[in-house]
Structure formats: structure tokens, C-alpha cells
Design a protein around this ligand. Structure first.
Ligand code: SAM
Ligand code: SF4
Length: 315
């Protein structure tokens, strides 16, 4: 599939739920979010059907996200069904890791290849304060995933004055484990935009102060710049949405848990896929429309803040 700027779109990110068992301060507001009515949320069968059509049209990579994907009842069935589609080359998940230990074995058996685990502190008390839950459970989930041979990346949102004192501890994880630790510049998004603005830290400050050596990317469409310590098993990555644009290599569209296609993370434009789907119409023309209106680039660096909260979009 091509968009109107001749970019190949072969990656679908699916938010399977807007609900979450954490309350990360940069993602969800303290006062909570307005819940979407249950009947507006796509069923697992609907998600599977949409994914299947996308794969028929050329998608080769799917990432399940949320909210927290592992709180969605029946998620393992969806993974099992998707895992059987041979045309799908990469099935991955982004998770807070809290429910990973008990699910990793089934996820792996059903065809999940990789997990990105969000981890913003290695200190239990601070982890909880940022909005996470029990750090121990997340660390156990990481260990279990590694033991089972799942590809593991750690996503750490850089928060000035909150976790910048732990950067070296995160980097050192790559000496011990074959994992990529990726630091992400916090983005002002939706109702938590002010928190993000307050805690924003440029990734470049970290890169220059630790004298890291850049290595080449194995996936051109990945937004992360990669670095490696001497003799390390893993790599250190930086995702810099606030200081760099990666729109030229964008290969993705997003599906929200309530059935809208989101052609660009940083645009409020949503294309209703659920209504035609539930009316029994062919959804291919709607997918085509989403690709046609996918913008050339976003306006985040120019100060545009989208209204939707990250837990609805899936990251
Ligand atoms: N609950 C899962 C998790 O936390 O991994 C999946 C959903 S979460 C919305 C996906 C990713 O978005 C996480 O890595 C999270 O750290 C990141 N994220 C959320 N809000 C963000 C923000 N304002 N700026 C940068 N990254 C953000
Ligand atoms: Fe939940 Fe993930 Fe958002 Fe944290 S970042 S509140 S774990 S959806």
C-alpha cells in the first residue's frame, strides 16, 4: 500500500483498549479519562477482521498496544489468530509489563515475536509515583520474556528532574542483557500536555554527556537513533520526536480501540472505519481514504498539540 506521498505503508498499530491499570503522568490525567462506551469498542473479531484486510492489502507488521493491551480480556485469542497468518512477518506488542510474566509464555507460543516494555524508573517508589504499579512485577515480566526468547526493548520516557538521574543505570542494562533501551522525548499530547512541557528533556543532552557511539540502524523506518557501549549485549536508542521529524520514512497507520483509523499520530484527523464495518460495507475504500489523507508531516515541532490522549492512540 502506498500513501499519496509514495510512502509504503506496511505497519499497523492497533490500540486494543483505551483502559489501563497504570496512570503514567505523561499519558493519562490524574482525574482519569472519559471511558468509551463498551459497545463502541471494537470486538476482538472486528479487530481480527480489520487486521486481516490490512494484511491482504500489504501490511506485514502489526503492533498491539493500548491502554494496556494485556488488560483486554481475550487478547491471547487475538494473538493466536493473528499469529497464524503467514503473510504477517512481525507481530509485536507494547506493554507496561505488569501482566507479562504470566502471559509471556502463551504470547510467545501464539506467535508474538517482540515486546516493547515501558519502564521509566528502576526505583520502586519512584516508579509508582510516575504512575506505574509494582516495579518488581515488570522486572519479572522482562526476565521471563528474555528467558523465552522474545525480542525485548525497553522504552523509557525521559522526564527532567524525575528520571534523568537514572539514565546511566538504564544504559548499563545493555551491558548485562541483549536488549535495546530506548529513551523517548516526552511529547505534549492531549490532556497531559502541560506535564510533558514541564518535564521535557532533550535526548541530545544525554547523547553528548555520555559520549555514546552511534551504530547503523537495521530498520530504516524505526525512528530510533542507535548507540552501543563497548562489549555491550544490547543497544541504547533515542527517539526524538520533539527535535527531529521522521515523517519521510513513516510506514504506519493506527487503529484506535473504538474503530477509527488515525493516519498520523500528531493529527486529530480520524477516519471512521467502524460504522462502515458494522453496516457490512467493504472497508477497503475507507483504508484507501486514510492513506490518501495521511499528511506529509506533522506540526508537533511548530507547537501543535493534538486533543486525544495517548492511551486512546496506543503510542
Ligand atoms: N500501556 C502500554 C505501555 O505503556 O507500554 C502501551 C500503551 S502506551 C500509550 C505506549 C507508549 O507510549 C509507551 O511506551 C509510553 O511510554 C508512550 N507514551 C505515552 N505517552 C507519551 C508521551 N506523552 N510522550 C512520549 N511517549 C509517551
Ligand atoms: Fe497506561 Fe501505557 Fe499510558 Fe502508562 S503509558 S498510563 S501504562 S497506557
Amino acid at each position: 500500500m502506498k500513501d499519496s506521498f509514495d510512502r509504503t505503508i506496511d505497519y499497523l498499530r492497533i490500540s486494543v483498549t483505551d483502559l489501563c491499570n497504570f496512570r503514567c503522568k505523561y499519558c493519562m490525567p490524574d482525574e482519569g479519562i472519559q471511558k468509551i462506551d463498551k459497545d463502541q469498542i471494537l470486538s476482538l473479531e472486528e479487530i481480527y477482521y480489520i487486521a486481516h484486510i490490512f494484511i491482504e492489502e500489504g501490511v506485514r507488521k502489526i503492533r498491539l498496544s493500548g491502554g494496556e493491551p494485556l488488560v483486554r480480556p481475550g487478547l491471547l485469542h487475538l494473538v493466536k489468530s493473528l499469529g497464524k497468518i503467514t503473510k504477517l512477518k512481525d507481530l509485536a506488542m507494547t506493554t507496561n509489563g505488569s501482566l507479562l510474566k504470566e502471559n509471556a509464555r502463551s504470547l510467545r507460543a501464539f506467535g508474538l515475536k517482540r515486546v516493547n516494555i515501558s519502564l521509566d524508573s528502576l526505583k520502586a517508589e519512584k516508579f509508582r509515583k510516575i504512575g506505574g504499579g509494582d516495579l518488581k512485577k515488570v522486572l519479572e515480566g522482562i526476565e521471563e520474556s528474555l528467558d523465552l526468547g522474545l525480542g525485548v526493548k525497553i522504552n523509557t520516557v525521559l522526564l527532567k528532574g524525575v528520571n534523568d538521574d537514572e539514565v546511566v543505570d538504564f544504559i548499563n542494562l545493555t551491558k548485562k542483557y541483549p536488549i535495546d533501551v530506548r529513551f523517548i522525548e516526552v511529547m505534549p499530547i492531549g490532556p497531559t500536555a502541560n506535564y510533558a512541557k514541564d518535564k521535557f528533556l532533550r535526548a541530545e543532552e544525554i547523547i553528548s554527556s555520555y559520549g555514546l557511539k552511534e551504530v547503523s540502524k537495521d530498520d530504516k523506518s524505526s525512528p530510533a537513533r542507535l548507540f552501543k557501549l563497548d562489549k555491550a549485549l544490547g543497544r541504547v536508542g533515542f527517539i526524538e520526536p520533539m527535535t527531529h521529524k521522521f515523517c519521510g520514512d513513516c510506514n504506519r497507520v493506527r487503529l484506535t480501540s473504538d474503530g477509527f483509523l488515525k493516519p498520523c499520530l500528531h493529527s486529530d484527523r480520524l477516519i471512521d472505519l467502524k460504522t462502515p464495518l458494522r453496516k457490512g460495507h467493504d472497508i477497503r475504500p475507507v483504508i484507501k481514504e486514510a492513506l490518501e489523507v495521511k499528511p506529509f508531516d506533522h506540526k508537533l515541532l511548530e507547537g501543535k498539540i493534538i486533543k486525544s490522549s495517548m492511551n486512546r492512540i496506543g503510542g
